[in-house]
Structures are given as structure tokens and as C-alpha cells.
Design a protein around this ligand. Structure first.
Ligand code: HEM
Length: 420
């Protein structure tokens, strides 16, 4: 008999419904109930092992043990990621594609991203000063969509930004949904892929000349590990892989605004202009608030871990939300406390809201530094350059069973003015 029976097992035919209903808490609550970093369950008709914690994350990111081929369900590829995207690659093909993404994240490019972000916040906030109230979640999408396009070299003069931002958000909104919300994401992806494929074709026919060094230029002319240009569809998918997640930083900015509202002392610290406080605050927002619930990979070569034999082809989920709230790694994990990041030396597998391990050598999010940069600039703008009120008659709670989630009211602000 294999050793698989040694790990806790959730009995029953299938638990997909429980996963959809319990959302972010599905894996952590079972890890806690079973008092185990791994357990077996059945999801979407197949046996799945869920792992979590620092050691679980390190195991999950071992390239000898896991691969991504066949791990991303079609429904996620057709809405969130796109087919043949970097998220589905392994080995040399992955490493080569990852280099392409990382060349976009130089100091200089990140500095430019910060400047564009500040510029767009200023423009938007001066408009809000003329309005009764605005919903931050709605407005931040549009700001970030303009930032993303400008940074990536995508011309926006001829585009209506509001529907474009909605389409990017629809792809993100689709990942944890079934029914109409999921369908909306698929439709948005199809539309976006067609549009950006068109741009790639224009560039390749020399009818359009994007600025060198931008994502649009790079995706159009990148040669893969076999020296071939990406096909037009894949180039569009990877361009969207830059634009969509920048727009998605909206979730963190909305949560950041909520944290500033609920923790006055941190608002004051950010207002003092102390760089370290901004960094600590942003790290805690990324740790504390839910975004990516878990990640999936398949066993590449059979191995044993904690008395369990992981069989080749087995689907394994890494508990991202639960690891960010693991009480062996974080004291009082359910308290919002940026102070925990003072003198934090940072491990590769403890703070994993955007994945763990190494950027170049694994699947860790290449946009992590960009995310931190955009969050710092945006939250500093909210605290240092804007004045606003937060009306009390709004629902600021967020559901942990909705994936992705954000404050119910979208965070309404009133009486906006720009500090002189
Ligand atoms: C991968 C989260 C922002 C581009 C990932 C992964 C997560 C993640 C959890 C998966 C890691 C894995 O599979 O092991 C986030 C969150 C963001 C964010 C929460 C902020 C809201 C960004 C930004 C960019 C970006 C700003 C680009 C500018 C990517 C790409 C991948 C990825 C291309 C695939 C990497 C690979 O497969 O090697 N992200 N991300 N993300 N992210 Fe992000």
C-alpha cells in the first residue's frame, strides 16, 4: 500500500462547491482542522493534495518536483491568463519567456512607472474635486488602465479607457466565479486578444512604431528560445499579461485606502513622508488582504514529502492566503500590523501574495516590484496630496468567500481636494 493514506483526507465525492462557497478559507480552515500542512481532497472530479506553510511553499516551487503543464484549467486560461501564456510553460521555454518579462522591470522603467502613476492620480483627483463623491475601486481601475497602457507603449488617444479598464477587470473577476461573471471574463478576453493581436500585426507590417523598450515593442519583436517570433496570438496574450495585472492593483489600492481609514496612526506615519513606513505599510497590505487564494502545479517526478508519496501527474494546490496568515510565520496573523515588517529580512517562501521562490528561475510574479512601486506611489498620493472624507454610511466589509474580493461599497470618498 502506498503511504498516501497517512495524510488527512476530506471524505466525499467532490468538494468543488465547498471551495466556491468558502473561497479564501477553504484550504486554511481544513489545514487548521486537520492540524496538517497537507491534506487530500477531491476538486473538479479529481484527487487534489493541498499544501501550505513555508516548507509547503518551498516544496511547491521545486522545479524537479513540479511543473505547470496541464495544471491551469482551461476555464482559467480562457478568462484570466490566456492560452499558451507564460503561466503554462516549463523549463527552457519558461525561463526564456521570463527573461522577457524581467527586462521590463529595470530601475529606470520602474521609476517611469511611478512617475506615470503620480501624474494620472493628479489628473484624476483634480476631476474628483468637481464631483460630489467617487467610488475609489471604480476610479482606480481607470487610472491604472491609463498608467498600464502608457507604460507599455499602447496608444490610448483613440481608445475609450473606461470600457477597456472594465474588460481587464472582468478577466480578473472571472477567476473565482461560475456563471455570468465567468462568462463576462471570457468575452472580455476574446475581445482584448483580438484587439491587441491587431496592434501586433500593425507593428510587424511597420505601420506602427512603438517606443523601444516598452512592453508593446518587446512582445512584438521578442524571439523565443528557438529564435522564432511569438505568434501574434501569444504576443497579444503576453502583452495582456502586463496590462491586466497593473489594472488589478486596484484591489490592493482599495484595501490600502481601507487600511489607512481604519488605522489613523499609519495615515500619520505615511503623511510624515517616512519611506520605511510606506514600504512596511504596503507589505502588510499585500500580506493581510486577500487576493490570490491558491496556486496549482502538477507533480513532475514522484517524490515523498512528510510521509506522503506525491505521484506523477497529481494536481497540488499551494495555500497562498493561508501561508500569508500562518501563525508560525506571522505573530497574530489576523491583526493588521505593518510594524512586523520593520527590519524584516524577507524569506522566499513566507510572504507569498505574488508567489514564492525566485523570479528568474520559477513562476514568482515578475510584476511584484512594479506592484509595490504603484502601491507606494498611489497610497502616498492619497495621504500626502489629497484631502477627502470617508462617509460612514457605506458597507466597507468584504467577503472571504468571494474570489477576488474587495470592500462591498468600493470605498466611497467625498469632498475631494488637492493639497496646495
Ligand atoms: C504571476 C499575483 C501584479 C505579471 C503571478 C502569480 C501570482 C501573482 C500569485 C503566480 C505565481 C506562480 O504561479 O507561482 C499578482 C498580484 C498582483 C500582480 C496579487 C497585484 C495585484 C502583477 C503585475 C504584473 C504581473 C503588475 C506585470 C506588470 C505576472 C506574470 C506572471 C505573474 C507575467 C506569470 C509569471 C510566471 O508564470 O513565470 N502574479 N501579480 N503581475 N504575474 Fe503577477
Amino acid at each position: 500500500m502506498s503511504e498516501q493514506s497517512n495524510i488527512p483526507k476530506e471524505e466525499g465525492l467532490d468538494h468543488s462547491l465547498a471551495l466556491i462557497q468558502e473561497g479564501y478559507q477553504y484550504i486554511p480552515s481544513r489545514r487548521s482542522k486537520f492540524k496538517s500542512d497537507l491534506f487530500e481532497t477531491r476538486l473538479l472530479g479529481q484527487k487534489v493534495v493541498c499544501v501550505g506553510g513555508q516548507e509547503g511553499a518551498a516544496t511547491f516551487y521545486d522545479k524537479e518536483r513540479f511543473e505547470r503543464k496541464g495544471a491551469v484549467p482551461k476555464r482559467i486560461q480562457k478568462s484570466l491568463f490566456g492560452e499558451n501564456a507564460i503561466q503554462t510553460l516549463d523549463g527552457e521555454a519558461h525561463e526564456h519567456r521570463k527573461q522577457l518579462f524581467m527586462t521590463l522591470m529595470t530601475e529606470e522603467r520602474l521609476q517611469q512607472l511611478a512617475e506615470l502613476t503620480r501624474e494620472e492620480w493628479r489628473l484624476a483627483a483634480s476631476e474628483w474635486a468637481k464631483m460630489n463623491q467617487v467610488v475609489l475601486f471604480e476610479e482606480a481601475q481607470q487610472i491604472l488602465c491609463r498608467v498600464a497602457c502608457r507604460w507599455a507603449g499602447v496608444p490610448i488617444d483613440a481608445i475609450e479607457v473606461k470600457p477597456l479598464a472594465r474588460d481587464f477587470m472582468a478577466m480578473v473577476e472571472a477567476f473565482g466565479a461560475v456563471g455570468p461573471r465567468h462568462q463576462k471574463g471570457r468575452k472580455a478576453r476574446k475581445k482584448m486578444e483580438d484587439y491587441f493581436k491587431g496592434l501586433i500585426i500593425e507593428i510587424r507590417h511597420r505601420r506602427m512604431e512603438p517606443i523601444e523598450g516598452t512592453a508593446l515593442h518587446k512582445m512584438a519583436w521578442h524571439r523565443d528560445h528557438k529564435e522564432k517570433h511569438l505568434d501574434e496570438h501569444t504576443a497579444a496574450v503576453e502583452l495582456i499579461n502586463i496590462l491586466r495585472p497593473i489594472v488589478a492593483i486596484t484591489y490592493y489600492i482599495t484595501f490600502g485606502a481601507l487600511a489607512l481609514f481604519e488605522h489613523d496612526v499609519w495615515k500619520e506615519k505615511l503623511q510624515s513622508g517616512d519611506e520605511e513606513s510606506v514600504q512596511m505599510f504596503v507589505q502588510e497590505v499585500r500580506r493581510f488582504y486577500p487576493f490570490a487564494p491558491f496556486l496549482g502545479a502538477k507533480v513532475k517526478n514522484e517524490f515523498e514529502w512528510k510521509g506522503h508519496t506525491f505521484e506523477k501527474g497529481q494536481l497540488v494546490l499551494l495555500d497562498v492566503y493561508g501561508t500569508n496568515h500562518d501563525n508560525r510565520l506571522w505573530e497574530e496573523p489576523y491583526a493588521f500590523n505593518p510594524e512586523r515588517f520593520r527590519n524584516w529580512t524577507g524569506g522566499m517562501f513566507d510572504l507569498i501574495p505574488q508567489g514564492g521562490g525566485d523570479y528568474y528561475n520559477g513562476h514568482r510574479c515578475p510584476g511584484e516590484m512594479a506592484t509595490i512601486q504603484v502601491m507606494k506611489t498611489s497610497l502616498s498620493f492619497l495621504t500626502n496630496e489629497m484631502i477627502y472624507n470617508v462617509p460612514m454610511d457605506q458597507n466597507l466589509s468584504y467577503s472571504l468567500s468571494r474570489m477576488p474580493t474587495y470592500p462591498e461599497s468600493g470605498f466611497i470618498i467625498q469632498g475631494v481636494s488637492i493639497k496646495s
